[in-house]
Design a protein around this ligand. Sequence first.
Ligand SMILES: NC(=O)C1=CN([C@@H]2O[C@H](COP(=O)(O)OP(=O)(O)OC[C@H]3O[C@@H](n4cnc5c(N)ncnc54)[C@H](O)[C@@H]3O)[C@@H](O)[C@H]2O)[C@H](O)CC1
Ligand SMILES: [K+]
Length: 531
Amino acid sequence: MKLLTAAQMRQLDQQTIAEIGIPSVVLMENAGRTTYQILRREFPELGEPVVVLAGRGNNGGDGFVVSRYLANAGFEVVVLLLAEKSQIGGDARINLEVLEHLSVPVREVTSAAALQEQVPLLKSAALLVDAILGTGLNSDVKGLYRDAVVLINEVATPVLAIDIPSGLSADTGQPLGMAVAADVTVTYGFPKIGQILPPGRHLVGRLWQVDISIPPDLAEISVMELSQASGLRQFLPRRPVDSHKGTFGHLFVLAGSVGKTGAAALCGEAALRMGAGLVTVGVPASLNPILEVKLTEAMTLPLTEVQGVQALGKRALEEIAADWPGKTALAVGPGLGRHPETVELVRQLVRRSTLPVVVDADGLNALAHDVDSIREAAAPVILTPHPGEMSRLLGATTKDIQADRLGAARELAERSQAIVVLKGAQTIVASPMGKVMINTTGNPALAQGGAGDVLTGMIGGLLAQKVDPFNAACLAIYLHGLTADVQAAWQGDCGLLASELLDQIPHVIKEFASGALPHIEEHICYRLVIS
Ligand SMILES: NC(=O)C1=CN([C@@H]2O[C@H](COP(=O)(O)OP(=O)(O)OC[C@H]3O[C@@H](n4cnc5c(N)ncnc54)[C@H](O)[C@@H]3O)[C@@H](O)[C@H]2O)[C@H](O)CC1
Ligand SMILES: [K+]
């Protein structure tokens, strides 16, 4: 599903009015009516009164429409207008006048003292509707608006936010000064990026996306997407009845060093679980016997190692090149260690590879001081850093990375001209062309050693099957998180072993392919279909 910025939403709004010919007051009516419908669904035992706090823009106008539907349904509604009535214009004015004709009380609250007088009402209300500021927010919330936001957050009354919690930036997910913490948010047309990125994600409460007659095709202007099964399913490789193992490609995995043979095994097996036809795991020669025991289906290739260190050496490059024919993709990094010779090997391999390559873990550390050179790679590259690895790649602190994950992922994608997968809660995939996908699946069960090695193998498995690299990254990440979600549903989110994740992958792919996991599919946005 497309994610929009505030400016893009305004553009769609204007196009719908000017090019499609839907009057703006109709859009406001649709917004208010669908919000009212969600409100009734979310609060089935709704008491009284309902207090609508309205600002002076169109967000307030939507609040007036909601007030009308509530009043018509027999609810006691009080509108607290944080402005003078004379300041209200346009469609909001039309709806304000309608309220007056219906004798719905609209109180002008234009000073801090007047607002304080309303505290008992806010405390005794059954529900607060936040219609103070929407996507028109353009500066820090100050003065009376700020006082109102503070009050809304102080009283224990439930809050439904119109379009976006007031004060939350639709573009960054950060509060501008101060933002409402809502229980439910009803957003129009498409989710906004700031409702998905933390802390915004936690301020919206349950997020509903509703159709207000903005044509979905217009959202093609956005390069940002929220991952959804419905969009990703098409990228699963087909499994023709007359297929053989050659149909599904051959992944070469370069992984493992002393103490880290498990990473190599998990990565290779994950690729097979994703349907790759063949997997060869290249490992330091002295560790080969261990991998031979660990891996049954994947093949191994013993490679020259640094004398006495049990880590891959430079000379392995020629051996890999000799083994190249027939391979369709490359995965580099899990458990490689950081020996200088291994580092050099990784750099050479990534630069020279004619196959798409996914780089993780120590593979990323090997490239940390060489990001600009990734641009010279002959084939598409996918980098899968966690925040710590990302900080080494960008030369920033982990704190800075986490404070602007989207910006960091985009920056690295731009600098390296690689596809970047910034792991963590809500993994972000960014392409050098500026495309972004924010993942919705996954849970704390994945915060454990081995989970990343499985992901690398899953991406590699799809690359080997010739799935387009950006789509391979998005699909693998979605399925990796979904597998953990399915597992956590019965086992909890603690103590899931990466090897158990592996066992679940085929089952989850089957359910995902058939659309049998709808409860997880729509777990961030709930869509209201208008009949
Ligand atoms: N998306 C759509 O197609 C539709 C959206 N609707 C609703 O309209 C708002 C956006 O309305 P807008 O009038 O542009 O802005 P706001 O109501 O968010 O803001 C009002 C007003 O406030 C000023 N302002 C901005 N920042 C501050 C601040 N920090 N302090 C004080 N005042 C501020 C700003 O200049 C604005 O003029 C959208 O969210 C939807 O709720 C339509 O109703 C239906 C179509
Ligand atoms: K709002």
